[in-house]
Design a protein around this ligand. Structure first.
Ligand SMILES: *Cc1c(COP(=O)(O)O)cnc(C)c1O
Length: 336
């Protein structure tokens, strides 16, 4: 492969095979691999008009012994079912989801980056409403696909802290679709994200849409902070997307690092309580937050240039488990 594994970005690369299955009359077709990366769908597809679609994101990790790990793939399968139900789409059975992911990794194995390159094979499961339709209602047909590509770190710099800015916009409504992984939330975040990037921030951080006083999340990653008395704290809200990485860190912080942990309100006015902060997600892994622009104030956590010691320990534990170097809690790793 003529790919420079050490310098991959987070960019689309067409790999040879993707999985596809069609839902019609209450049934999923037998899924198969195809080399065609174009979808042929009706112009009436609800995914195009009314945003009836959801997706997932997970990675395959190449281990030292050359085997390939999936990290908590069953959680991705379950979360896609929650998203599907919220948007009135048929669920993809968990076994079918996991089988699709495994098939795609195996078929594109040469694109799974080597151990130690810092790169991984990113998988994108996608479920969309299709078929001839125009009224506002659930689609008559659906399509489920999984494709993949090698990726490097999502926020450039790896474990180097980057800065974020509080957005005046919301990515989701208080009782809307913030807690499910649907494209509409991302469409709403493109413009605020562009404003943040124009001002040289990695991305924006969204506040709770009802009162704009509490930190919710980054828009593609969840937020966590380490308090001055070593508690791992992360926001809880019905409009935050429940990050599998975040729940894994909550567990590891408590069980492996012996920290106190809690999920709750993270008020903007209390940022001084934190000595470290970070963004976490499959794509972001753990991205230390150097500082946050809050209106005219710039709040620095641990340092703008160095990762904090607790964040570093959490990162090492998480990544060590994902790449098979550290024993995983029961059920977290599936071998491809
Ligand atoms: C996918 C996603 C995350 C990260 O979730 P993981 O399961 O950790 O990958 C965080 N926030 C949003 C809005 C997301 O869509």
């Amino acid at each position: 492969m003529a790919l420079d594994w050490n310098n991959l970005g987070f960019d689309y690369i067409k790999t040879p095979f993707r999985y596809i299955s069609y839902w019609k009359d209450g049934e999923w077709s037998k899924g198969e691999l195809t080399e065609d990366n174009m979808l042929h769908i009706s112009e009436g597809s609800t995914a195009l008009h009314y945003g009836q679609q959801c997706f997932e994101g997970l990675k395959a990790y190449r281990c030292k012994d050359n085997s390939i790990n999936l990290f908590r793939v069953d959680e991705n399968a379950k979360r896609m079912q929650v998203s599907a139900r919220r948007l009135m789409m048929p669920e993809v059975p968990e076994e079918m989801f996991i089988d699709a992911v495994k098939q795609v990794v195996k078929a594109n194995e040469e694109f799974c980056p080597p151990y130690d390159s810092g790169a991984t094979l990113y998988l994108r499961p996608l479920l969309i409403g299709t078929g001839d339709y125009i009224g506002v209602g659930p689609a008559p047909e659906y399509l489920f696909t999984v494709f993949c590509m090698p990726v490097g770190p999502y926020f450039k710099g790896g474990l180097k802290p980057t800065n974020f800015i509080i957005s005046d916009y919301d990515r989701a409504a208080p009782q809307g679709t913030g807690a499910v992984k649907v494209g509409g939330n991302y469409a709403a975040s493109l413009y605020p994200g562009k404003i943040a990037k124009e001002r040289n921030f990695s991305d924006c951080i969204y506040l709770d849409p009802a009162t704009h006083t509490k930190i919710e999340e980054v828009g593609s990653a969840n937020f966590f902070g380490i308090t001055k008395d070593d508690e791992f704290v992360t926001p809880y809200s019905p409009s935050i997307l429940p990050s599998i990485t975040k729940y894994s860190l909550l567990y590891l912080a408590k069980e492996r690092l012996g920290l106190k942990t809690s999920e709750g309100d993270v008020y903007l006015k209390d940022l001084d309580n934190f000595k470290e902060a970070g963004a976490c997600g499959t794509a972001a892994v753990i991205s230390p937050i150097g500082g946050i622009q809050v209106g005219d104030d710039f709040h620095v956590f641990y340092s703008e240039t160095e990762v904090g010691p607790v964040t570093k320990k959490l990162y090492d534990e998480l990544v060590g488990i994902q790449f098979g170097d550290i024993d995983a809690p029961e059920g977290w790793i599936t071998k491809v």
